[in-house]
Design a protein around this ligand. Sequence first.
Ligand SMILES: NC(=O)c1ccc[n+]([C@@H]2O[C@H](COP(=O)([O-])OP(=O)(O)OC[C@H]3O[C@@H](n4cnc5c(N)ncnc54)[C@H](OP(=O)(O)O)[C@@H]3O)[C@@H](O)[C@H]2O)c1
Length: 262
Amino acid sequence: MSEPRRVALVTGASGGIGADLARVMARNGHDLALVARSVDKLAALAAEIAATGRPAPLVVAMDLAAPGAADALAKAMSDAGAKVELLVNNAGFGLNGAALTLDRAEQADMIDLNVRALTDLSLRFAPDIAAARGKILNVASVAAFLPGPGMAVYYATKAYVLSFSEALGEELRPSGATVTCLCPGYTATDFQARAGLAGAALDKFPAMTSMAVAEAGYAAMMAGRRRVTTGLSNKIMVALLPLIPRSLVLPIVARLQMKRHV
Ligand SMILES: NC(=O)c1ccc[n+]([C@@H]2O[C@H](COP(=O)([O-])OP(=O)(O)OC[C@H]3O[C@@H](n4cnc5c(N)ncnc54)[C@H](OP(=O)(O)O)[C@@H]3O)[C@@H](O)[C@H]2O)c1
């Protein structure tokens, strides 16, 4: 029997932070499997990586929010003779607006992708990752550190990602596998348009590039760090937050988020 192809699987690799994580990982010698719904964008990224002399990544077009996605993805990997040793759970989206005015089904879809799919993929691939002393990188957000009126469900999904990642990392510690949680702040990608965030209001906030975020996330994952927040102002905010009463934080976040609504 031939050796399995040992891959790093990146979800949400068709654009933004996920695509740049794939580029950084390819540059560092990882063989990749790229997952998202937009097959054309995944194929273009796979071709871009192959053109640099790296093996052409596996491409799997899949809606990860659909029931059974983790099992279907595991089957796609085994059909391709691949074993997942690194898993990057990056696919996710947000919705800006008051929870009661936003579409209920769309908010449930967000939980399906940001929470359920991320959990199911982590648990589905963790045994192989543990056996290989591999790594998981889960993408949360600075939103994980506080409640977010104006993006209530999104912030709550990211608090879950941070909590779950830290706990799973501790459970996997004896195996030598690590779990890292990446917490970016405002990063210029398609995220803002999908979330219904207004361009003009956003211009007042400093944005990081998706490549800078990807490089920080990759370095933290390879170092086996439990958590990384990107950007100095975000690090300062996260450090100061526990010192500020929630009664002050909540109306400030509400005002900021509502102002950013398209
Ligand atoms: N940008 C920011 O300011 C920011 C800040 C903090 C955290 N984050 C987090 O960073 C992660 C990446 O976001 P981004 O900023 O790079 O946004 P993005 O450019 O919109 O990328 C989102 C990725 O997720 C994929 N995706 C969305 N729904 C999917 C589904 N149902 N099934 C499979 N893939 C799906 C998208 O691909 P398809 O549409 O092709 O499926 C795309 O590849 C997210 O978890 C987000 O919450 C972003």
